[in-house]
Write a new protein. Sequence first.
Length: 330
Amino acid sequence: MSAEVDAGGRAEVGVGGGADGDLYGLLKAFEGRAAVVDGVGKDPVNEPMIRHWCEAMGDGAAAYRGPGAIAPPTMLQAWTMGGLSGHADHTGRSAAYDELLALLDGAGYTSVVATDCEQEYVRDLRPGDRITFDALIESVSERKTTKLGTGYFVTTRMDVRAEGERAGTHRFRILKYAPAAGRREAGGREVRSRRPRPVVNRDNAGFWDGVARHKLLIQRCEGCGTLRFPWLPGCGGCGSPEWDTLEASGAGTVFSYVVMHHPPFPAFDPPYAVGLIELAEGVRMVSNVVGVPYDKVRIGMPVRLEFLSVDGELELPVFRPVENGGGGEG
């Protein structure tokens, strides 16, 4: 790989077989460069958006309406987003971030996946607050090898202000990577990659033990009786750490869904439907909708729990449309 950097710090890259160390030096030069300067939120903090957010999260949101209302802290980034139409040029977005991604694309790291985010909250956001923000490229990692492939972690930091006062910080991290090549048997036939395994820890081990026995277990607070999913160490309503479980009936409906087209992860064959399933018990969970073409999945579709055996050793809860209930077999 050869590269030239102009006076503005932009890199022009030619792929020619050079070392990745040269690429890393170019990537590091982007650290500290602005991605957005004096960005402006498209809308002030407002109660309708707060209501939509809380309903999507399954929260009654009484505390977020009326006099003294505040926005849920985890909405911090929502007020900075441009939506489908994006931000106008006057928001101050720079070309640096696009240049960084183009540099990685040109070097063959063409796939991207969001890995994690971190938020710090400093000030309550209240209806009527005008939001402004700045963003910068905070760090680019050395080249890393993951199960998805080899690439670079890119972290951006956004500083959010409300009425000119610092409101919080949002860090967002992605992995730009070249997908790992599938293994091949003798004769050249590609071996399908194993499906990624769930992270099992002390807080959710009981759930996965239940799945292994073909039982979908929901936590129930022993303090206030509130059901919760996913599994958590304590109740979000009353704070009690005491809980037991009940077994879900398996009945549910599609509350919302997305169709995954890109990127093509190993062990997955896009396009496929991922649903937010509202169980008959009232909690919601994310799972695959199977047994019907992806473009036939609909909100409100009745579904039924079943368990899918993956790689001969992993059981996963999935949902199949109920016959004559708006879905049918695919």
